[in-house]
Design a protein around this ligand. Sequence first.
Ligand SMILES: NC(=O)c1ccc[n+]([C@@H]2O[C@H](COP(=O)([O-])OP(=O)(O)OC[C@H]3O[C@@H](n4cnc5c(N)ncnc54)[C@H](OP(=O)(O)O)[C@@H]3O)[C@@H](O)[C@H]2O)c1
Length: 275
Amino acid sequence: MDTHKKLLILGAGKMGGSLLRGLTASNKLDFDISVIEPNLSNDIQKLININAIEYYKSAENIKDPDFDLVIFAVKPQAVNEVCKGLVKNLSQKKIFSIISILAGTKIKEFEGFFKESPVIRTMPNLAVSEGSGFTALCGSINVNKSFKAIASRIFSEVGEVIWVDDEDMMDVITATSGSGPAYFFFLTECLALIAEEMGMSQQDSYKLSRQVALGSADVMRNSTESLASLRKKVTSKGGTTEAALDVLMDSEKEFYNIFKKAIKEAFKRSKELSN
Ligand SMILES: NC(=O)c1ccc[n+]([C@@H]2O[C@H](COP(=O)([O-])OP(=O)(O)OC[C@H]3O[C@@H](n4cnc5c(N)ncnc54)[C@H](OP(=O)(O)O)[C@@H]3O)[C@@H](O)[C@H]2O)c1
């Protein structure tokens, strides 16, 4: 743990900010955290003030750059420019470890700039801000056990983690888990809109759909039963849920296939971003 004390988070937007929120809330990891972010949001600014985090508008403002670990949380489109800037401004005398959360950005891109740095590519999702994220991790060949353990600890503080050996799996994980919360938000939105169309007030329909989503998540969290078994618990023979599920789970698998088509598009986009 001692070898990775000084942590730099590059980019505190939606994901970098969520990770920072999760890491400071968990309060268990003993890092000196610094953040580089050109445009701080008000809530991240507050978080930085409360937790006495070092803040820089850009890498050029850092006087004594000797980080042990750098987490990249910028947009994939910005990575080349950011890496070039880091090579110029941060000391390369000290070899820092790299964790990337960038979609579609391969380990070898970082290795091109920081030849000796061990690199761990990750794909977290937005729920890391709530401590209930899901993160897949994949390491370069020079990642040792201790760095692996640190990366596991960082992301375990903010949710569940898995390791994958094959970097190509990151595209599957991006399409299913990275983008995943948006699918559930959309389903919740649909439920609210339909309830509203069927006569409920807008306020009540949003209250209802959010609570259905939260309640279902709680049931899944607290149960060891399979998802199919939980579904069957709500489905009485000849009842209302069965009537709805007969449509959702029709023999043509229409709903399943459209969902799969959407995820395959996300997968394709992740691959395009990598090339
Ligand atoms: N959003 C998700 O759910 C999600 C899930 C998994 C992975 N990711 C990955 O996380 C990364 C960030 O995504 P995001 O949604 O958090 O995007 P975002 O909100 O745009 O955050 C990126 C942040 O980096 C800042 N930035 C730009 N150049 C910088 C520099 N040179 N140094 C430091 N910071 C810089 C940006 O500032 P400006 O706005 O001023 O440019 C922005 O605040 C992406 O690579 C994405 O693939 C996102």
